[in-house]
Design a protein around this ligand. Sequence first.
Ligand code: ASP
Length: 330
Amino acid sequence: MSSRREFLKKTGLASSLAFMGFSAFSASPKKLSLTIKNSPVVISTWRFGMPANMVAMKVLYNDGRALDAVEQGVRVPEADPAVTSVGYGGLPDFSGRVTLDACIMDETGNCGSVAFLQNIKHPISVARKVMEDTEHVMLVGQGALQFAIGNGFKKDVLLTKGAEKAFLEHKNAIKKAKYDEIKRSQEEDHDTIGMLALDKNGNLSGACTTSGLAWKMHGRVGDSPIIGAGLFVDNEVGAATATGRGEAVIKTSGAFLVVELMRMGKSPQEACEIAVQRIIDKQADHKDFQVGFLALNKKGETGAFAIKKGFQFALHNGSENKLIDSEFKI
Ligand code: ASP
């Protein structure tokens, strides 16, 4: 080993540089030259995006694909019973059943999705299987469940004791409440994880997974498994994801809109702001719900914007992971 390399090894400089995205050292005896790869970026919705980002970033540090990073990342809240709006531990629908929606999209434009899926802890991995092993994009309900079981996924009970208790308490309240009150309480009982990642090769991918609105109608599907609504990735331009009231996001083709705005030259931040404004302009009841968008472009620049105060997102820029309060419109 050259003395320069030994010096770098001893000082830990080599591993620090690798951590920052500088990879191969040239063998040139005269001067130290570095191959600079892209610095990886991960952005995801809400506080539970923080531990999810850490897992995703580990994949990226190890030269992994953005696709693997987002899948591994969102599996963290999917498995966490304390997160009551994603996967295991999610609050149930009006009939007491936990039904899950998820989708994933890679740098080639391939995508897979599952909706109204029950009894499977990791819908994101089923969505990836749909993408990779079928000619289809979307499987729903019993068909999605059969596909999952046929591919080795284990059936689980997703309704935790805590979620069941909340449901029973709520059910009694619902009997007496008016529809408006139910809608208002739904606004407090949801939140999807949407995650976007840029890997060292400059490729983008995204994932989105949720148990949807609590106490929703049985059979209701939100924006989160809908490519173009809850998630969209175009590797030439950027990626976007959404959280909040799914119906409002579907009505605007939210994530697709954000990516198209970036294609037209808008920054990720501008694109998120224009998409939120579109919802405000077109949907008269926008004061009654929340929608938040996240965007990430090919350069690793990010954006976030929401209708109302309260939306938070987690951003890992390759050196630190931060929980940030999003800007908002009203
Ligand atoms: N967008 C999700 C849905 O409508 C919920 C959320 O993100 O809060 O199902």
